[in-house]
Design a protein around this ligand. Structure first.
Ligand code: CP
Ligand code: NVA
Length: 311
């Protein structure tokens, strides 16, 4: 049994398989071709934080595969009344075939997985957002071909998205240029535990830049995220001041490759982390990115429950 708790829970070969399946599953969806490999299977979705895309993509995706879903929130379940996560895992995983969790600390989802009888998927934690990065890379490859050897510019917070981009770069062989404001860098402890080391000018892994414009030079993809992630709202005022120069604008896009793409996992704040003319402009693929959450997650659920299905 496999869990998907962080990006490096799967290998490059497994990603190649999932992306091939996502392409086929997307084709079936677009042509209204019925595909019900998960008939009689149930997915429990546990949300300890808000969501639009993750909720809709997992729920619609599971129904489209012939399965059904149970939606739980902290407030509406005993999780909000201090039932231990381990007990919740033991109970929920006796009744369903698959669990998706969006929560706070990574240690919480790891504790759940350790006591679960069924595969557990990370739908976002403070540390990682692997389903989103999987969708982002699938989207990049749909538009531009293989991401191997390419450069991604990360402009903004050293958050769950940034951490996951770094994991993905090491696995799939591309480079991330990271520019975060001082005080909001990627957690060095996390970098150590990921076993990632900074490689300069070698076409892979990552490099830090103090100026966001420098990080965008020659990039094939420019991407950013909200200044204040869920769970960090108390820091909002300080963050607004610190992140003022980390707004992806036309100049940053001009510094990147002429055919560079722009991505944002959404929800976005126009005028904060990105100018409206960039996110709503011709280089932006944010709507494809959001839609592809569903297609890659359907392929992921198929893989976790049925193994390698032939394409
Ligand atoms: N990008 C993403 O995970 O969106 P939601 O918070 O709406 O699920
Ligand atoms: N970094 C953001 C992503 C939201 C999808 C957050 O954690 O709130």
């Amino acid at each position: 049994m496999k869990h998907y708790l962080q990006f490096n829970d799967l290998t490059a070969d497994e990603y190649a398989h999932i992306f091939a399946r996502a392409k086929e599953i997307k084709r079936k969806f677009k042509s209204y071709e019925r595909y019900h490999p998960l008939a009689d299977r149930t997915l429990a979705m546990i949300f300890e934080k808000a969501s639009t895309r993750t909720r809709v993509s997992f729920e619609a995706g599971m129904y489209q595969l012939g399965g059904s879903v149970v939606h739980l929130t902290t407030e509406g379940s005993q999780l909000g009344r201090s039932e231990p996560i381990e007990d919740s895992a033991k109970v929920i995983s006796r009744m369903v075939d698959l669990v998706m969790i969006r929560t706070f600390e990574q240690t919480k989802i790891e504790a759940f997985a350790a006591h679960s009888r069924v595969p557990v998927i990370n739908g976002l934690t403070n540390e990682f957002h692997p389903c989103q990065i999987m969708a982002d890379i699938f989207t990049f490859e749909e538009h531009r071909g293989s991401i191997a050897g390419k450069t991604v510019a990360w402009v903004g917070d050293g958050n769950n998205m940034a951490n996951t981009w770094l994991q993905a770069a090491a696995i799939l062989g591309f480079k991330v240029n990271v520019s975060t404001p001082r005080g909001y860098e990627i957690d060095p402890k996390l970098l150590g535990s990921l076993g990632l080391s900074q490689v300069k000018n070698r076409g892979s892994s990552y490099e830090f830049y103090s100026k966001p414009l420098d990080a965008c030079q020659g990039a094939h993809l420019v991407t950013t995220d909200v200044w204040t992630s869920m769970g960090f709202e108390a820091e909002n005022t300080a963050r607004k001041a610190a992140f003022n120069d980390w707004c992806v604008d036309r100049k940053m896009m001009q510094a990147a490759q002429s055919d560079a793409l722009f991505m944002h996992c959404l929800p976005a704040h126009r005028g904060e982390e990105v100018e409206a003319e960039v996110i709503d402009g011709p280089q932006s693929v944010v709507w494809d990115e959001a839609e592809n959450r569903m297609h890659v997650q359907k392929a992921l659920m198929e893989y976790l429950l049925l193994g390698k299905v032939n394409t």
